[in-house]
Design a protein around this ligand. Structure first.
Ligand code: FAD
Length: 323
C-alpha cells in the first residue's frame, strides 16, 4: 500500500547535508510509490527546497521562521508537529545525525509512535519494509519492521544511496505558516571550531590518527594525505586524550560513528571502543608497526610499517594519480 512519507532535510551554512538526499531515497522506498514530502526548517530555504525535488522529493514544505535559523529541540519539535498535523504522514525519516538523534525521541514521544533508529539499510518484504540496524556496537545487526502506526526511522549517514539527481524534475516548494513561540532555550550565537572543511560524519574518505602519531605535529602528514584525497581527518580517543588533536575528531563508542567508503587508520591499535565507530566502513586500510595490532583483524588492507614513512609515500603516490 502506498504511503505518504515526510523527510526532514538538514541545512548547514546554507547547504543541504548529504544525509537529506539519502533520507529522500529511504522515504521513496518506504512510500511504495506514494508521496515523499521534504520539510526544511530555518530561513532562506528556497534553493535547498528545489534541490530536494531534484533528488526525488515530490513536494517540499518550507517552515521558515527566524527562531528556526539555528537548531533548537523545542523550536523544531513545534514546527514539525505542526507540519505533521497538517500532512498526516504514514512515515517519517530523519538523519541519524546529532540533530536527528536529539529530535527523534522527543518527536516519537509526542506522537506516541515507535522509532527505529540508526538504520543502515532497508528492503521491501511483502507489505512491510524491513529495516536493518547495528547492535552491540556494530558487532551484530537486527532486522525490524513497523506493522502498525507511523513508520518512524532515523538513517545512518553514508549508508543509503541517494537517487540520481534529475534537474528536470519539478515539484511544489511552498511556504508553511509555522508558529514558533515560548522557546525554553534560544540559540544566540554559534561559534564554530576551525575545521578542515570536510564533515567527519559525512566524509567519504577518512584518514584517522591514533596515539602512534605521537604529537600534534604528527597529524600533519595525515592532514596532507587527507588534503590530496579530499578526506576528513579523524582520531582515536588515545590521540585526543594525549592532546594531539581536538575531541571533535574522536571516532568510536564515545565519539562519532562513521561509515566512509575508505577509512585509513594510522597508528591506531584497534581497541573495541574504536572499532565500534568505524568497523562498518566499506574499505579499511590499517597502517601500524605492530603486526599483531587488533586493527588488522578488521582491515581489508594492512600495511605493517612506520606511519611516518608510509603516509608520505601514499600522499606522493596519490598526488601522481589524482592531482
Ligand atoms: P594505542 O592503543 O596506544 O595504540 C597506538 C598504536 O600505534 C599501537 O598499535 C602502535 O603499534 C601504533 N604505533 C606506534 N607508533 C607507530 C608508528 N610510528 N607507525 C605505525 N604505528 C605506530 N577509543 C576510541 O578510539 N574511541 C572511543 O570512542 C573510545 N571510547 C571509549 C570508551 C570507554 C568507556 C573506554 C573505557 C575506552 C574508550 N576508548 C575509545 C579508548 C580505547 O579503549 C583505547 O584506549 C584507544 O582507542 C587507544 O587509542 P590508540 O589506538 O590511538 O592508542
Amino acid at each position: 500500500m502506498s504511503k505518504k512519507v515526510l523527510v526532514l532535510g538538514e541545512v548547514r551554512d546554507g547547504e543541504l547535508r548529504n544525509v537529506s538526499f539519502e533520507a529522500v531515497a529511504a522515504a521513496k522506498e518506504i512510500s511504495s510509490g506514494g508521496e515523499v514530502i521534504a520539510v526544511l526548517c530555518g530561513e532562506g530555504l528556497n534553493e535547498a527546497g528545489k534541490a530536494l525535488i531534484h533528488y526525488g522529493a515530490d513536494r517540499v514544505v518550507l517552515a521558515e521562521h527566524s527562531l528556526l535559523s539555528n537548531y533548537s529541540t523545542d523550536g523544531y519539535v513545534q514546527a514539525l508537529l505542526q507540519v505533521i498535523d497538517q500532512e498526516k504522514p504514514d512515515g517519517l525519516v530523519l538523519g541519524h545525525t546529532a540533530l536527528g538523534k536529539d529530535l527523534s525521541p522527543r518527536l516519537a514521544a509526542r506522537l506516541k509512535s515507535g522509532l527505529i533508529s540508526d538504520v543502515t539499510s532497508l528492503e521491501q518484504a511483502g507489505e512491510n519494509v524491513v529495516f536493518t540496524r547495528p547492535i552491540y556496537s556494530g558487532k551484530a545487526f537486527e532486522k525490524k519492521v513497523i506493522t502498525d502506526g507511523l513508520v518512524f526511522v532515523t538513517i545512518r549517514p553514508n549508508n543509503i544511496t541517494p537517487l540520481e539527481i534529475d534537474e528536470s524534475r519539478s515539484g511544489d516548494v511552498s511556504a508553511f505558516a509555522v508558529d514558533v513561540k515560548d522557546l525554553r532555550t534560544v540559540v544566540k550565537d554559534v561559534v564554530r571550531k576551525a575545521s578542515t572543511g570536510v564533515d567527519l560524519s559525512e566524509a567519504k574518505i577518512i584518514v584517522a590518527g591514533g596515539r602512534g602519531v605521537k604529537s600534534q605535529d604528527g597529524f600533519k602528514p595525515l592532514q596532507e594525505l587527507a588534503d590530496v584525497l579530499g578526506a576528513a581527518v579523524g582520531a582515536s580517543r588515545g590521540a585526543c586524550d594525549a592532546d594531539y588533536c581536538d575531541y571533535s575528531l574522536q571516532i568510536g563508542q564515545t565519539g562519532k560513528v562513521v561509515t566512509p567508503d575508505l577509512y585509513i587508520a594510522c597508528g591506531i591499535s584497534g581497541a573495541i571502543q574504536h572499532l565500534a565507530g568505524m568497523s562498518n566502513s566499506k574499505v579499511i586500510v590499517a597502517i601500524n608497526k605492530d603486526p599483531e595490532a587488533s586493527i588488522f583483524s578488521v582491515a581489508d588492507y594492512g600495511i605493517v610499517g612506520d606511519l611516518f614513512e608510509v603516509v608520505p609515500l601514499l600522499t606522493e603516490e596519490f598526488k601522481n594519480v589524482l592531482v
